[in-house]
Design a protein around this ligand. Structure first.
Ligand code: SF4
Length: 157
């Protein structure tokens, strides 16, 4: 069972009320079992919502209580992000998830790289909070871009 960031499948759960629908990903999933989840909605954040970024830290730091997530207006929303990550893990365990394909750069779903907290589209190394928690729990997490690249290179070999 694969967990997928819901916005990649066309759910309008993105901060601005839109989505990140990826038709290539959907095509590659045609023979797979998967569940769409939006950790930020699961954590209780509204949609649309003001953009948020992890400040001076990574998702792992946030889980250790050593990092905060603020929205662009300066409100600390860390607890809702952590709640969303924990609820995502509960749902993942219930569904028997062993792999997650998540949306890159997000403070929740980002894999290996996330926005740096300056709200200027700059990136830094690190995972989002949900990605960090899933990885710590033994679930393989890959970004949608890397999954698509890998599947396409398998097809061409
Ligand atoms: Fe997409 Fe994840 Fe952001 Fe939800 S939290 S909108 S699933 S990237």
């Amino acid at each position: 069972m694969i967990l997928i960031s819901a916005c990649l499948l066309g759910y309008n759960c993105k901060y601005n009320g839109g989505n990140n629908f990826n038709p290539d990903l959907l095509k590659l999933l045609k023979n797979e079992s998967f569940i769409p989840i939006c950790p930020e909605q699961l954590g209780g954040l509204p949609t649309p919502r003001i953009a948020c970024e992890i400040q001076n830290a990574t998702g792992d730091d946030v889980l250790l209580g050593k990092g905060k997530i603020y929205n662009k207006n300066g409100y600390d929303l860390t607890s809702l992000f952590v709640q969303g990550a924990k609820r995502t893990l509960i749902e993942a365990k219930k569904a028997g998830v062993n792999k997650a394909i998540l949306k890159s750069k997000s403070p929740s779903c980002g894999v290996n790289q996330i926005y740096d907290g300056s709200f200027t589209s700059k990136l830094k190394n690190g995972d989002g909070v949900t990605t960090a928690l899933l990885k710590q729990s033994g679930i393989e997490v890959i970004s949608a871009e890397d999954y698509i690249k890998g599947e396409k290179s398998n097809e061409s070999n």
